[in-house]
Design a binder for this molecule. Structure first.
Ligand code: IPE
Ligand code: IPE
Ligand code: MG
Length: 254
């Protein structure tokens, strides 16, 4: 079980152990070039490849990418179906490479909404890379932070039906065991490209103490250099987890 940042002060390092990214700005990148929004999504896949490689090289252990939110179904049907096609294509083409690079793929979100072929590809890709441990790449698809907390609550009650009559036994540890990423440490660094400064229902529970980095750069233009800039900024942050600055310098303080 990974350390909870609200239960104990986690160990931190200069390079974030877990990076979570909202890959935003694909549509605007394309519109500025008088291209259809979908061209931006296609270009965005290349940025994913660059960032996965750069994270692997930098020693990041967990990279979590928001690919499709539970609210993105509200988009025009053609855009949604292109995004699904890109997802299928990426799984077909990239999984071999991920396996060679030591990447373990996880997909989180309510997968039951996807067509059976996509679900099968997801399960096969997870299985094929399950032996890897160098970099855990988690793709959040049809994911919502509120959905995650609700599904965890339901799973907890299903596992321990007696809990409903003893609500005082429900604590953070008991619930968080059932969250989608219970196996991973909480994100250290959150990056959002595209200029918006909001969380858009991403990992709302897990990012209680993440450092938030925003850049105006659109996702298709994001790469190793931009990632390095985010890491350089991260290194300057003082992660206090509720303590004072003076306490951080004291012997024994982490
Ligand atoms: C992010 O880019 C990709 C997805 C949400 C799938 P957008 O498509 O949101 O791009 P903008 O924000 O409209 O520019
Ligand atoms: C968040 O981006 C979701 C993904 C990147 C998958 P959106 O572009 O959908 O977020 P909002 O609608 O601007 O908040
Ligand atoms: Mg957007």
């Amino acid at each position: 079980m990974a350390t909870s940042s609200t239960q104990a002060v986690p160990d931190t390092r200069d390079i974030p152990e877990h990076v979570a990214i909202i890959m935003d700005g694909n549509g605007r990148w394309a519109t500025r070039r008088l291209l259809p929004r979908t061209a931006g999504h296609a270009k965005g896949v290349q940025a994913v490849r660059r960032v996965v490689e750069a994270c692997g090289r930098a020693g990041v252990r967990y990279l979590t990418l928001f690919a499709f939110s539970s609210e993105n179904w509200r988009r025009p049907a053609e855009e949604v179906s292109l995004l699904m096609r890109l997802f299928v294509q990426a799984l077909e083409r990239e999984v071999g490479k991920l396996e060679e690079q030591g990447v373990r793929l996880h997909v989180i979100g309510d997968l039951s909404a996807f067509e059976p072929r996509l679900q099968e590809l997801i399960f096969a890709a997870q299985e094929r890379t399950a032996h890897n441990d160098r970099l855990h790449l988690t793709v959040a698809a049809n994911y919502g932070g509120r959905w995650d907390i609700l599904q965890a609550t339901r799973a907890m009650l299903a596992a321990e039906p007696g809990l409903a009559a003893q609500p005082q036994r429900v604590d953070e540890e008991r619930l968080s065991r059932h969250l989608s990423m219970a196996w991973a440490p909480e994100p250290d660094l959150f990056i959002r490209t595209g200029g918006e400064q909001r969380i858009s229902n991403f990992l709302i529970w897990q990012m209680a103490y993440a450092e938030f980095y925003f850049t105006d750069r659109f996702w298709p233009d994001f790469g190793a250099a931009e990632l390095q800039a985010a890491f350089d900024w991260y290194r300057t942050r003082e992660r206090r987890f509720g303590r004072t600055s003076a306490q951080l310098g004291e012997d024994g303080a982490q």
